[in-house]
Design a protein around this ligand. Structure first.
Ligand code: SF4
Length: 446
């Protein structure tokens, strides 16, 4: 059954808006006490009173129960706008509600659809963040997800003159993202562990811990300890996101996860000093050493690199992809595997702000890379498709996303942001990206 048939025969026969993610999937930020059914709808607050007696209320919120009822009746929850927009493009459009639903058995979809919307549901897939502690402050991140970004804003004040960032990512410390201080009791974290102990470890198929940097969070180690001492008790697949910076304690990770089936996800999209510019706090050589150490340990179930495709990574992205191919040759097809994820926010850091001739140059570089490696036995189908998709993207898509089509504003912000980033982080844009120097300096006088 293809995706469209799945939508028409499995989802739409229940209702025109049914999506199983409302029942079985969640992203939960325990630092801010917020929950959402997938990464598209805006997160909403978890009720503190409810979780005192019903820890699963970190997922089964009143908001989600009302959304479930709406879906059972064929009405569209407003927060799911992302999917409705895609479906309204045409009768055959396939939105994420298909991909987020088809990962579950048909019987589970039937059960969700028939369940009284007031009932609580146990999750099957969950992404969770304990807090925002992180030693990096990457250019495309912001204080909501990094304590080092918070320090920048506290010490140097807000970034100024940014006119395309309607969400004000870089102007304040996002205190609502971290309601409790380090070491303080966080009732949302307590509720998660209470639910985990009572039910969740039995029903959850996949648990992914994100951050901040999760390996700097005491709760991540507590959970790893649970997996180690309760082997065989849970079949939940555990995954951790980590920046694999020099400060990450790999000895401790390898010891704490011995005997635990673990997938590790890390981020990188360029090499050397360009990588260190984009991902402030990174020591690229240390990241390489940590990757090699993990691959040599043969302890992980999978090692995945998520490449966040932004304006500054394209020059050395092919070099990084070549490094991955060499590693695959040495350590096997999955070590590592990679995905190319196109950055949408902040839009002024999108690759599409680059002038046509530079974008075309990068496209040609990627085409050459694909000519060389596209048929290599070690490349995976999805990896080849991601490179092809990026080549197409650099060719045909002219605006970062629909709300941000005003290129002069994006260019203003590109220059303003990196000018201030250089001062605050002791970096030099024109030395790090000499091929962009003239274009970058000209932006100032536009
Ligand atoms: S309908 Fe779309 S936006 Fe809403 S939960 Fe499902 S996948 Fe997410």
């Amino acid at each position: 059954m293809n995706d469209l048939e799945f939508r028409q025969q499995i989802l739409d026969t229940k209702s025109a808006s049914f999506c199983a993610a409302k029942w079985y999937n969640a992203t939960i930020w325990l630092g801010s006490g917020q929950s959402t059914s997938c990464h598209h709808p805006p997160a909403h607050a978890i009720d503190l009173e409810s979780i005192k007696t019903r820890p699963s209320a970190i997922h089964n919120t009143v908001q989600k129960k009302m959304d479930r009822l709406a879906m059972q009746n064929g009405n569209r929850p407003r927060g799911c706008e992302y999917c409705w927009k895609i479906e309204d493009m045409g009768r055959d459009a396939v939105s994420d509600r298909v991909y987020k639903s088809k990962i579950y058995p048909i019987e589970a979809l039937d059960a969700a659809f028939q369940l009284d919307h007031r009932e609580d549901v146990n999750l099957r897939t969950l992404e969770i963040a304990f807090d925002r502690t992180c030693q990096f402050a990457c250019s495309y991140c912001n204080p909501a997800f990094s304590s080092t970004w918070v320090k920048d804003i506290k010490q140097n004040g807000p970034y100024t003159n940014l006119i395309s960032d309607g969400r004000n990512h870089f102007t304040h410390t996002h205190d609502s993202s971290q309601l409790y201080r380090y070491g303080e009791t966080n009732p949302y974290v307590d509720a998660f562990f209470a639910w985990w102990e009572s039910d969740l470890h039995r029903t959850l198929q996949e648990l992914r811990i994100t951050g901040g940097e999760p390996l700097m969070s005491a709760e991540t180690w507590k959970l790893l300890e649970w997996f180690k001492t309760n082997q065989g008790k849970s079949s939940t697949r555990l995954a951790i996101n980590s920046n694999l910076g020099a400060e990450v304690d790999l000895d401790r990770l390898l010891s704490a996860s011995a005997g635990v089936e673990l997938d590790l996800y890390t981020s990188m999209e360029s090499v050397g000093q360009q990588a260190e510019y984009i991902r402030d706090g990174l020591n690229y050589s240390a990241w390489v050493m940590n990757m090699i150490r993990l691959m040599e340990s043969k302890q992980l179930r999978g090692l995945h690199v998520m490449c966040t495709i932004n304006a500054l990574c394209l020059d050395t992205l092919p070099d990084l992809l070549t490094v991955f191919m060499r590693w695959k040759h040495e350590y096997g097809r999955d070590f590592p595997n990679f995905t190319l994820n196109i950055l949408r926010f902040p839009s002024f850091q999108s690759a599409l702000v680059l002038p046509d001739e530079i974008r075309t140059h990068h496209r040609h570089q990627l085409e050459s890379w694909l000519d060389k490696w596209g048929q290599a036995p070690m490349i995976q189908e999805h990896e080849r498709r991601h490179v092809e998709r990026l080549i197409d993207y650099l060719d045909v898509v002219k605006t970062p996303h629909s709300e941000a089509f005003d290129m002069p504003r994006l260019h203003n912000d590109f220059h303003e942001f990196y000018r201030q980033y250089d001062q605050r982080r002791n970096k030099q844009f024109d030395r790090t990206f000499p091929y962009l120097k003239k274009w970058y300096n000209d932006l100032q006088i536009q």
